[in-house]
Design a protein around this ligand. Structure first.
Ligand code: CA
Length: 411
């Protein structure tokens, strides 16, 4: 979940990209917790998109000297984490900067960037030492540079737990190289490693009238595009990237997908002429009003050269986990299917013991009063009849009463 300091102009109009400020973060965090999900909070330390090409200072920190800026980073991090947790979120990991190849929070001097990392990192540790701290870079295909970054972090005593990279197969080299780079960091410095962003195209068709980054004219050929552009190809890519991280060994933590939910706000498929123009005009109105495109025209004051020129809708509606009608693509279920967590048969609340509370959890789940995560759902189906039903609760009650056999360990 990305968080921007202040993605609004002076009149309060949002820059777009979901207008993801602290209020949005609180709401998303609360919803994730409701469904049993822990959160990776990705602070961009900017008012809008941060990537290798831009790491612009938040407006509020413009002109600040380094020491003041470090204090601002620290205070902002503490304040934001407190607010997100107070809203009900379960924060598992905090990412201190987004694709910070060339800077962070407006700081671009390579002697000073580590100081910003540590200001953020210290704030997270003080907030909760149980939260994992991630750093994030991209361009793993630049193998030596990527290894140098890990060396540079160590030389500058940056305190972090997870070294993460983006991996887009259109640009970022082979899966074997991805594994090798991450393995170097894991083996040399004992850090966890992860892929913080990956995605794949399930169709070359655009569905919102805003040109996609992968389209019939761009990014469709490369020796590392090993899968066809289809729903199955997208699922295969997700599985293959997970495998590449897993091949690192026990320090290979996992994979995040970006951007799984950025579907069209109004389907343009099959429309022509006036109908097409009308639909796009309506989409533009929605992007501008609700910030549902990648950038709105209001971002021009902050980012005149990129967002200010090319603002509009979704450039990745053909790489989401949902097709243009909102139906989930098979890639979404890969995350469930690779689950390796061990569980005890019947232990629906995953507390490690079989108790009457597990039967209660199943009854509550069946009544739509609670959510069970994928591991819990497997554990709950103790009768193995391919679904959770009241027989599972009954079976648990019988086992506890001594009527049925002992339980076994599942996987
Ligand atoms: Ca599009």
């Amino acid at each position: 979940m990305r968080v921007w300091n202040d993605p609004h102009n002076g009149e309060g109009n949002g820059y777009g990209g979901g207008n993801n400020d602290l209020d949005a973060a609180k709401e998303i965090g609360k919803r994730a917790a409701k469904y049993g999900m822990r959160l990776l909070v990705d602070f961009h330390y900017s008012d809008f998109w941060a990537d290798p090409g831009k790491q612009k200072s938040p407006k509020e920190w413009d002109g600040m000297a380094l020491d003041d800026r470090l204090a601002a980073v620290s205070a902002y991090t503490s304040r934001s984490l407190t607010a997100i947790r107070d809203a009900g979120a379960d924060i598992g990991m905090v990412q201190i900067g987004n694709e910070t190849n060339n800077g962070i929070a407006g700081v671009t001097d390579f002697n000073d960037i580590p100081k910003v990392f540590n200001a953020a990192s210290r704030a997270v540790r003080e907030f909760d030492p149980g939260i994992l701290i991630a750093v994030h870079f991209t361009n793993p295909e630049q193998t030596d540079t990527m290894k140098w970054r890990a060396d540079w972090l160590a030389q500058n005593h940056v305190d972090y737990d997870v070294f993460s990279t983006s991996y887009y197969p259109y640009w970022h080299g082979s899966l074997e190289n991805l594994t090798a780079v991450l393995k170097y960091v894991a083996d040399t410095y004992g850090k966890y490693v992860s892929v913080a962003e990956t995605s794949y195209t399930f169709t070359l068709d655009d569905s919102d009238g805003h040109t996609n980054t992968v389209n019939p004219n761009e990014n469709i050929t490369d020796e590392n595009l090993l899968w066809e552009f289809s729903p199955q190809g997208q699922a295969d890519e997700v599985r293959a990237v997970m495998n590449a991280v897993n091949n690192v060994g026990e320090k290979g933590l996992g994979v995040f997908y970006w951007e799984g939910a950025w579907i069209t706000v109004g389907d343009t498929t099959g429309l022509t002429g006036e109908a097409y123009e009308n639909r796009i005009a309506e989409n533009r109105r929605l992007w501008e009003t609700f910030g549902s495109g990648w950038a709105s025209s209001f971002s021009a004051e902050y980012d005149p050269d990129d967002a200010g020129k090319w603002f509009g809708g979704s450039a990745v509606d053909n790489q989401t986990f949902f097709d243009r009608t909102g139906k989930a693509t098979p890639a979404l279920s890969v995350f469930d299917k690779v689950h390796l967590e061990e569980y005890l048969e019947g232990d629906a609340d995953l507390d490690g013991y079989l108790t009457i509370l597990d039967a209660t959890a199943i009854q509550r789940y069946l009544a739509d009063l609670t959510y069970l995560n994928p591991t819990a759902q497997r554990a709950a189906d103790i009768t193995h009849n391919n679904g959770i039903d009241i027989l599972d609760a009954t079976r648990i009650q019988r086992i506890l009463a001594g009527f049925d056999d002992e339980i076994e360990k599942g996987e």
